[in-house]
Write a protein that binds this ligand. Structure first.
Ligand code: 13P
Length: 251
């Protein structure tokens, strides 16, 4: 069964003390919310991962925002998947549009990163999504299909079970311009079909596909009501515990 997931991507925000406090606040809100209909994940910066892990209980999982494409060695500034595993971090985000755009991460690099993560037993939240010009010229299906094929389709069907896909249209990230629930559902259904064509319906139906891009406490409900939207990858609204918990309880 695919799982509903709400994940908070903190990006490069919060001091260590602020991050630990946010994690404690999210954890307390999750604990008092009773039975949830989704898994909850927070993705703080690397430096905060171990302290945030200590600050949350079993109902909140912790994710990195990135990992290295190489296993180990002379790669100054990098953090390997094996290091994340050794710190008991169960997830990493890979392929966020900010990594693709600002750090030149190509599909080939992201495929290597995904391989490293899976080889170390991590689950991967793999981000895809078109830019505004690609939406406007109608090429968005080709773009997301290419990102999936080139970043993920080297995996076996068994390996693919460790993948969560996050559809994040770049034009909706941090802009306040959310995709409508119809726009998001259309692409999510296409992503699921693309996965089904490669790995079969069962694998596709079991894959959690999250929406990201100005998802907040006001629009989460409508987005999550769509049949192929299995949760959200939340940026700005995940930095305030009260807002984040409202998104978590939108299911
Ligand atoms: P915003 O929710 O701030 O638009 O960010 C979305 C995102 O990039 C999550 O990874």
């Amino acid at each position: 069964m695919k799982r509903n997931i709400v994940a908070g991507n903190w990006k490069m925000n919060k001091s260590l003390a602020e991050g630990v406090q946010l994690a404690k606040d999210v954890n307390a809100a999750v604990e008092s919310a009773g039975v949830l209909k989704c898994d909850v994940i927070v993705a703080p910066p690397f430096l905060h991962l171990t302290e945030v892990s200590k600050a949350v209980g079993k109902k909140v999982a912790v994710s990195a925002q990135n990992c290295a494409a190489e296993a180990s060695g002379a790669y100054t500034g990098e953090v390997s998947a094996a290091m994340l595993k050794s710190a008991n971090i169960p997830y990493t985000i890979i392929g966020h549009s900010e990594r693709r755009t600002y750090y030149g991460e190509t599909d080939a690099i992201l495929a290597k990163k995904t391989g490293q993560a899976l080889a170390n037993g991590l689950k991967v939240i793999f981000c895809i999504g078109e830019e505004l010009s690609q939406r406007d010229n109608g090429k968005y299906f080709d773009v997301v299909k290419g990102q999936i094929e080139n970043g993920l389709f080297q995996l076996s069907a068994d390996e693919f079970k460790s993948i969560v896909v996050a559809y994040e249209p770049v034009w909706a990230i941090g802009t306040g311009r959310t995709a409508t629930s119809e726009q998001a559902q259309e692409v999510h259904a296409f992503i699921r079909k693309t996965i089904a064509d490669k790995y079969g319906k069962e694998v596709a139906d079991d894959t959690s596909i999250l929406y990201g891009g100005s998802c907040n406490e006001n629009n989460a409900n409508e987005l999550f009501a769509q049949p192929d939207i299995d949760g959200g990858l939340i940026g700005g609204a995940s930095l305030v515990a009260d807002k984040f918990i409202k998104i978590v309880t939108a299911f």
